[in-house]
Design a binder for this molecule. Sequence first.
Ligand code: ATP
Ligand code: MG
Length: 444
Amino acid sequence: MKLLIIDDEKSIRLSLQVGLKKLGVEIFTAASGEEGLALFEQTKPDIAIIDIKLPGIDGIEVLRRIRKDNKTCIILMITYISEVRLAVEAMKLGAHDYFTKPFNIEEIKDSIENHVHYIKMKKELCKEKDENYSEIIGVSKQIEEVREIANKVSQMPYNTFILIQGESGTGKEIIAKAIHYNGVRNNKPYVALNCAAIPQNLQESELFGYEKGAFSDAKTAKKGLIEEAHGGTLFFDEIGDMDILLQAKLLRVLQEKRFRRLGGVKEIAFDATIVAATNKNLLEEIKLGNFREDLYYRLNVIPIYTTPLRNRSEDIVVLIRSFIDYYNQELNKNIRGFTEKALAICKAYEWKGNVRELKNAIERIMIFQENEWIDVEDLPPNITADKSIADTAVSTNANLESVEMETVNRALKQNDWNITKTALELGISRLTLRRKIEKYSITK
Ligand SMILES: Nc1ncnc2c1ncn2[C@@H]1O[C@H](COP(=O)(O)OP(=O)(O)OP(=O)(O)O)[C@@H](O)[C@H]1O
Ligand SMILES: [Mg+2]
């Protein structure tokens, strides 16, 4: 990253240069507005620190010209306390922050770090939208139902509450994303808070943000996720792990549709579609005193339950198809699919980790796969080890064979044993048909 300092006082340039070295950025300096604008053109910095009072073209004008074609550079202004009025104008023109002389270099450093973090987060959110989003795949009745609810909610401009419950790896997050990206909010922010991943003592400030000075580390103000999500979708992942005191505060915000940043006095309006997900049994958690009953009822306006994969094995075939296509592209391979027997084993397997386990298994298989067709011996040992599965698969295979024999037999009879016609009807070659006749010892 590059940082440009525009200040006519040499001592200030130097102290900024020394103090901000720790950020690990490449630093350029200019002593006048003119020089600064030229250097800006040349170096295209990510961050600029501009003194408001400059000889010639002043800092405000420099800011105005930079902002004309560059909306993304992080710009901080420096001014004397007597000129704070100008700093306010600078903020209106698109500066991110301002500091009065004499400044504390640590504060400037913190402000830069905060803004860089925020921009990265925004970029990641956009990336997530493009790369990480995929359709809800499945043909089972249960998936059809989920898809229908997700569609309805996503098309509705009215913001509501959706609570998704189900085992780990059953697609709760993918449903939350579908609700957002498939509908009327898809150009609005999608913001996720994973309550299990963020330490409980940090959840509140992540969620509500804070004003400068709200606590000893709050050197600059920071927007919280609630504020970021305004107008879009706010996803509370693993809501069962949210701090119990925070649950009460969240409930209040959801009911009043307004909130304050930590240390702030201003009430800020807030409205978004709220999706929450958990693999815990919330009714149990309520009994144990870990989850607030009132919050549960607030969130549970539209309940969605995801079904474990083992109870909708018809989805396994289509999921496998889609993951094979995906990893063929990713790994630049040309795997055709699973053999009937391998597929039968996968359909009978328990998939305790649900779709996540299936997807990971296919990724691992495909990395090592050399043959076009994935067969039983290519499956991970834990999948084939299960004795009952092997038995099911054998009987499934036997079933398949008897169905095949029956089909061939019938087609032959219908076509008066005309091999060409029968092969055409079955969509196989004459050679394959002859082999099948031989294999099953079919006679006229
Ligand atoms: N119906 C589906 N169609 C396509 N992909 C799916 C489907 N369900 C799950 N997946 C994929 O499986 C993986 C796990 O899904 P996801 O993260 O949504 O599960 P989860 O229910 O949120 O799990 P956890 O409770 O562990 O967070 C992801 O890679 C996701 O893309
Ligand atoms: Mg999840």
